[in-house]
Design a protein around this ligand. Structure first.
Ligand SMILES: [Zn+2]
Length: 304
């Protein structure tokens, strides 16, 4: 298990999956394939042109808290529009156990946003029902995403760049995600919707960074004079550090997503924050420095 110490905090990386996901030029439209050749072997396969990524969860131990940041894809899901996630079975709970974490030890769950690959292990199947995986945790859910993805609020989606009403298969999958991964947390009384900024523990602050989804957010961590920022899907690949105006194909409001990315990266460069995205393969996290038009990573080193 990979881990780093940051001040008095510990960050543990739990990788649900890592590998080749899709053609790179499809993941970040608007970016020439030549830009990917500079991404490095951890992030781009020059043989078949595929994007290399990861599905991972970050566990933070700080100030007596055990915080899970994003909960991956989950097991046994109906995701027919996303074959890689459909009926997937993984070793997530075993990996958590190997890191010394039992579900009942987790007191805080953060979903940076409510896409399928960030909320899956919010719940697990128990006696034929979906129940919260972490029975003692408060789940911090962005209120804007709760409103947007609630199946009862379809008509509110029309303002997005990629109008989901035009893609019934995707809308149906969002409804399914809400039903199996969000609604059980709401009905268990464990959800804490939030907006604006919210302090959720010592040195732990949630902040909105919308665009990828309406409620997309980052979690800032500070401990012992060190800082990190968990940025969710603000970035899918380090090519977006060099080209920070370029969005992933999953970003719903492109102008807003690019503005949020630039704002968070400039702050990370100014404050020396370790940037921790959800889907970077390879070293997974980096400090960033300005390089004229973009940013360059200084990759972090993990201990095992
Ligand atoms: Zn994602």
């Amino acid at each position: 298990m990979e881990r780093i110490e940051l001040g008095d905090a510990e960050i543990i990386r739990v990788t649900e999956w890592q590998g080749s996901f899709a053609p790179a030029v499809r993941i970040v439209p608007g970016l020439a394939e030549s830009a990917w050749h500079r991404a490095g072997a951890d992030h781009y396969d020059p043989v078949d042109g595929s994007y290399l990524g990861a599905l991972q969860t970050w566990v933070v131990r700080t100030g007596g808290r055990t915080v899970v940041v994003d909960t991956g894809v989950g097991d046994d899901r109906e995701r027919p529009a996303t074959p890689m996630f459909h009926h997937r079975k993984g070793r997530f709970l075993d990996l958590l156990a190997e890191a010394g974490i039992r579900p009942e030890d987790v007191d805080t769950v953060v979903n940076t946003h409510l896409h399928a690959d960030h909320v899956g292990w919010n719940t697990r199947r128990h006696d034929g029902r979906w129940v919260p995986t972490f029975p003692n945790a408060v789940y911090h859910l962005p209120a804007a995403d709760l409103a947007f993805f609630d199946p009862a609020a379809h008509q509110d989606a029309a303002h997005t760049t990629a109008d989901p009403a035009a893609d019934p298969a995707r809308r149906a999958e969002w409804d399914q995600v809400f039903t199996d991964s969000i609604a059980p947390v709401l009905s268990a009384g464990q959800a804490a919707p939030w907006s604006g900024t919210r302090t959720i523990g010592p040195g732990l602050v949630l902040e909105q960074a919308p665009g990828h989804t309406p409620g997309s957010s980052v979690l800032r961590l500070s401990s012992g004079g060190r800082r990190a920022v968990f940025v969710g899907d603000l970035l899918h690949s380090p090519v977006q550090l060099a080209h920070p105006a370029c969005n992933s194909c999953f970003c719903l409001d492109r102008a807003q997503a690019a503005a949020s990315r630039l704002r968070i990266l400039h702050q990370a460069a100014d404050q020396g924050e370790l940037v921790i995205p959800a889907h970077f393969a390879g070293p997974g996290a980096a400090h960033v420095e300005r390089t004229g038009s973009g940013f360059a990573p200084r990759w972090t080193r993990w201990t095992r």
